[in-house]
Design a binder for this molecule. Structure first.
Ligand code: ADP
Ligand code: ADP
Length: 224
């Protein structure tokens, strides 16, 4: 199965007497081990697509399959379970808990997976070593640079061994050199077999991906 497959995916928002067609029939397939970017102008539906693929929202019409499983009609609890098992999230602003050590930040997703504390810490430390932060595990986010914070966020996305890592403007808050290092890290993780879907405005980031899906007005302009 593809990691992600959508069929005639639609997401409409009802705004009073008008309907906003944020996505209007989108078919995509992301295969295991792929690294794909999503580009498109503001308002083209990128966030809506990310929310659907990330199991944070449900379609108005059409279907979305994760590892072959149709989640289109799942309720909140079912979506949360799939999300915690299958999707790792990386955000522009890192979204780390500021009063918590990097180790505990990275271990947090494992709490939903009923992994015991010792094992959570072992796996979190492992993930931090993989992103080059093995010597920073007891630091708090404000004691790290932007690039280090994003590495920690990437470790948090990896720690559950998800089917797909969804990254929303992962270099948007970083200077260009640090951004390049983050994309280099994605490359290394990609070579190890991880799958990525990266929303970006940055053509240099997009160029580093195997293909680019271009959205415009809620439809695919180009699937790469
Ligand atoms: P970005 O373009 O950085 O992904 P957002 O996803 O926050 O930004 O918003 C994209 C567009 O969607 C904006 O035009 C915004 O006004 C609109 N939007 C986002 N959330 C809502 C909402 N709850 N109600 C109405 N419009 C929204
Ligand atoms: P992008 O991320 O590419 O900027 P979005 O997916 O945020 O695009 O938005 C696509 C369209 O859907 C826009 O017209 C936006 O205003 C609208 N939209 C997004 N979220 C909402 C919402 N919660 N309520 C109403 N309209 C929304």
């Amino acid at each position: 199965y593809p990691v992600i497959k959508t069929e005639k995916l639609k997401r409409y928002y009802n705004m009073g007497d008008t309907t906003v067609k944020a996505l209007d029939g989108v078919d995509i397939e992301i295969h295991s081990g792929e690294m794909v970017s999503v580009m498109g102008p503001s308002g083209s539906g990128k966030s809506t697509l990310m929310h659907l693929v990330g199991c944070l929202d449900s379609p108005s019409h059409g279907s979305i399959l994760i590892d072959g499983e149709d989640i289109s009609a799942f309720n909140e609890a079912q979506l949360a379970a799939i999300r915690n098992r299958k999707i790792g999230f990386v955000f522009q602003q890192f979204n780390l808990l500021s009063k918590t050590t990097i180790l505990d930040n990275v271990a947090t997703p494992l709490m939903y997976a009923r992994v015991n504390a010792a094992e959570r810490h072992r796996r979190a430390e492992n993930a931090l070593v993989r992103v080059g932060l093995g010597d920073r595990i007891y630091h708090r986010p404000n004691e790290l640079s932007g690039g280090q914070r994003q590495r920690a966020a990437i470790a948090r996305a990896l720690v559950t061994e998800p089917s797909l890592i969804l990254a929303d403007e992962p270099t948007g808050a970083l200077d260009s050199k640090t951004g390049e290092q983050i994309i280099e890290l994605f490359h290394e993780l990609h070579k190890e077999g991880n799958s990525f879907l990266v929303v970006t405005h940055d053509p240099e980031v997009s160029a580093e991906c195997q293909r680019t899906i271009r959205l415009r007005d809620g439809v695919i302009e180009e699937a790469g």
